[in-house]
Ligand binder design. Structure first.
Ligand code: NAP
Length: 343
């Protein structure tokens, strides 16, 4: 049995859902995987750099009691990880789509402090995948990010574990659920703003929901998929990005009545010259399109492979627990690999 010191960097919707799921699965993790844990660090802008070397009480943490014992108080991320003796840092801070910062600096600092990094922040993968995975390899640590693109839908581990030597030539995907929820609300006769509010209540909107509405979230996810699965370094500025803001409500309702609803679709493909191209924009789904049956927070990707023309993975109505599970599964996979390596 190994007990891991966990540090939670970001304690919003996802960080809190992770703390709840860790607590709910603690017994199972011990009994089935020989993995125990204590949360020795919790940090956010409001909370500061909280440390409890024997582990925070999760119930009190969730009730907002983050009494830090560190003296002097850590002033930045490296001091915090050192004070908390962090072995795994869960990075769940807000997305900044243009630069991926400060999450990239946080992840780099954690790896340099010899901690594994498990992130839900797609900005790190879109902007610094090569650097952070290289640094992790150098340090004998892991940079894990299954929760970044489709909550807990296993896209990266699917390729890593099940599709060796398969070449991905393109994909078509429903990667942003906030826009689906907004469009569905408009289809039901409600307003755009009511749609945003509903997505916020579900906890699925970005901290700044304009990143969903204007297509940034989906664009950064396309970059992440291209970087990791296609060996490309596709920049967000290279992707045609059109959000849903300019869609007229009457037009959205008429499209639904016609059986051809609008959804924000992401696509990547190779052009005749072999160059990778990508787009994120609202498109009308044809009747019978399998994506048209998916509503609410559901997400889906159809991959085109050299060995299989279409492989579709779907997450039906994932929620915050699903995203937290993406992080928890990454953690258990790191622990399993460490066990195999005899650490
Ligand atoms: N929500 C989802 O369904 C979902 C699904 C998959 C992935 N994600 C990703 O998960 C991440 C978190 O999402 P969320 O829904 O939990 O957002 P959230 O509820 O807004 O929480 C964000 C957390 O990050 C902290 N934070 C923001 N900037 C920070 C900084 N510069 N330094 C330290 N802490 C900082 C915030 O602290 P303060 O409160 O003090 O500002 C807050 O605790 C995002 O990257 C998002 O893209 C979310």
């Amino acid at each position: 049995m190994k007990t891991y010191n966990l540090c939670l960097l970001g304690f919003g919707n996802v960080g809190r859902a992770l703390a709840r799921l860790l607590a709910a699965k603690a017994e199972e993790m011990r009994a089935e995987f020989g993995v125990a844990w204590r949360i020795t660090g919790v940090a956010s802008r409001r909370l500061g750099w909280g440390v409890a070397r024997e582990g925070f009480d999760v119930g009190r943490l969730l009730a907002g009691e983050v009494a830090s014992e560190a003296s002097p108080a850590p002033r930045e991320v490296r001091e915090w990880i050192e004070a908390a003796r962090g072995e795994v840092v869960f990075e769940t801070t807000s997305l900044e789509p243009r630069t991926g910062q400060p999450a990239i600096d946080y992840a780099r600092a954690a790896l340099e402090s010899n901690a594994h990094v498990v992130t839900a922040n797609k900005g790190t993968v879109a902007h610094a995948y090569a650097e952070l995975s290289g640094l992790a390899r150098e340090r004998g640590r892991r940079f894990m990010f299954e929760a970044t693109v489709a909550d807990c839908l296993p896209v990266f581990s699917l390729f890593r574990e099940c599709l060796p030597a398969a070449r991905l030539s393109g994909f078509r995907a429903l990667l942003n659920s906030t826009t689906t929820v907004i469009l569905e609300e408009i289809e039901r006769g409600r307003t755009f703003d009511e749609g945003v509010e509903r997505a916020q209540l579900m906890g699925i909107a970005e901290t700044d929901p304009t990143y969903d509405v204007d297509g940034w979230d989906a664009t950064v996810k396309v970059c992440a998929l291209a970087n990791v699965l296609m060996g490309e370094t596709l920049g967000a500025e290279e992707i045609e990005r059109v959000g849903i803001r300019a869609l007229d409500a009457m037009h959205v309702r008429a499209a639904r009545e016609e059986g051809k609803p609008f959804r924000l679709l992401s696509r990547a493909w190779r052009d005749a010259g072999g160059r990778l191209r990508a787009s994120v924009r609202p498109e009308q789904l044809e009747p019978g399109d399998q994506f048209a049956t998916l509503g609410g927070s559901s997400l889906a990707v159809t991959f085109e492979l050299d060995v299989l023309p279409g492989l579709t993975v779907v997450a039906s109505a994932p929620n915050l627990k699903s995203t937290a599970y993406g992080l928890l599964a990454d953690f258990l996979n790191v622990a399993r690999d460490e066990g195999k390596e005899g650490r």
